[in-house]
Design a protein around this ligand. Structure first.
Ligand code: SAM
Ligand code: SF4
Length: 335
């Protein structure tokens, strides 16, 4: 039997997030600058290489695979990759195949994703106001994303909305977004903005709306019960008693979620990041490319990387400066 991936802090690593492209059809202001430079296409792992990487991780005990980016659904031929991962669901080795998307291409792909075995999708949406949506995403259009959400629900995928909490931007939509999600049976998670990558003229501290404020505001209208439930991930949950809704909070900056971290992240060029908030990584590509017929060197490289997984990240806004920031963009590591 294969020895599972266990890190130095005895955390079993069974969740891999894979960024399949750094490109995107949006330019969200907290994520990218408008004139973002992308990697030359030849730098990207091919779809076959992505398959080999993911399959190797599945062979080492990874049970959950989340495909992300950049915008994963703008990668050419990406459905072939999803379809090839179906075999791991069929064998039972993989328990969940899922993705995080901005929703722009879901109208086109929802049925195919369901057919490939995707049962849940995280869709990023920070506002329900058309004008604000165009402002925050720069290139995105709300109606297209709403059609994508409709298509995902029609295809019987469970939808979770991820909203980045942004000061002075969507504070006034706290209740309208909550109500909209309740009316459509959509799960909702709020995320604090993280200091990742140069984003041009935007200021991180200007964008930062601490989720403890947001939680407090929810209490103005709802009876809020804290839930002890954890998914191994960074989210903490509350239930709104009046609607029965469960709301998630991802608070990397005000709450340390690292102790139960079970995940690692693979970039579209084959770098493995053991922590979203640290610079250390292992380049797995040479071990894979130099050994086309033999996975043993790749497996050793993965094990060596996991043995370096740090205890946690060092993001900190508490001193009114952005400490512990990392230079790469979220779209590089995959959010
Ligand atoms: N393009 C897809 C999307 O938007 O869902 C997948 C990739 S995107 C990088 C993944 C998630 O990261 C999105 O929910 C986005 O809102 C979030 N994100 C991007 N930059 C962020 C930042 N600086 N802080 C917090 N969340 C961020
Ligand atoms: Fe694109 Fe997602 Fe980044 Fe927005 S958050 S620019 S949709 S990668």
């Amino acid at each position: 039997m294969t020895v599972p991936l266990i890190d130095p802090f005895q955390r079993a690593i069974n969740y891999l997030r894979v960024s399949v492209t750094d490109r995107c059809d949006f330019r969200c202001v907290y994520c990218m600058s408008e004139n973002m430079t992308f990697l030359p296409k030849k730098e990207l792992l091919t779809l076959e290489e992505l398959d080999r990487m993911c399959s190797t991780f599945v062979g080492l005990g990874v049970e959950k695979l989340r495909i992300t980016g950049g915008e994963p659904l703008v990668r050419r031929g990406i459905m072939a990759f999803f379809n090839s991962m179906t075999r791991h669901l069929d064998s039972g080795a993989l328990k969940e195949l899922t993705l995080t998307t901005n929703g722009s291409q879901l109208e086109r792909f929802a049925d195919d994703l369901y057919a490939a075995g995707v049962r849940r999708v995280n869709i990023s949406l920070d506002t329900l106001d058309e004008k604000k949506f165009a402002d925050i995403t720069r290139w995105g259009r709300l109606p297209q994303v709403l059609r994508g959400i409709d298509a995902a629900q029609k295809a019987r995928m469970r939808v979770k909305l991820n909203a980045v909490a942004l000061k002075g931007f969507n504070e006034d939509e706290l209740f309208s977004i909550t109500d909209w999600c309740a009316s459509r049976d959509i799960d909702l998670t709020w995320i604090e903005v993280m200091p990742m990558g140069d984003i041009g003229n935007e200021d991180r501290l200007d964008q930062y709306w601490p989720l403890k404020d947001l939680r407090a505001r929810l209490r103005d209208r709802f009876t809020v019960t804290e839930l002890s439930e954890r998914t191994g991930g960074p989210a903490r949950y509350v239930r709104l008693e009046e609607t029965g809704q469960k709301i998630g909070f991802i608070t990397p900056l005000t709450h340390n979620f690292c102790e139960s971290c079970n995940r690692v992240r693979l970039t579209c060029t084959g770098e493995l990041y053991m922590c979203l908030g640290q610079e250390d990584m292992a380049d797995l590509r040479p071990a894979m490319r130099n050994n086309p017929q033999n996975d043993a060197p790749l497996i050793s490289a993965i094990r060596e990387a996991i043995s370096r997984k740090p205890k946690g990240h060092d993001f900190d806004y508490s001193r009114q400066t952005v400490d512990g920031r990392v230079t790469r963009h979220m779209s590089h590591t995959g959010g």
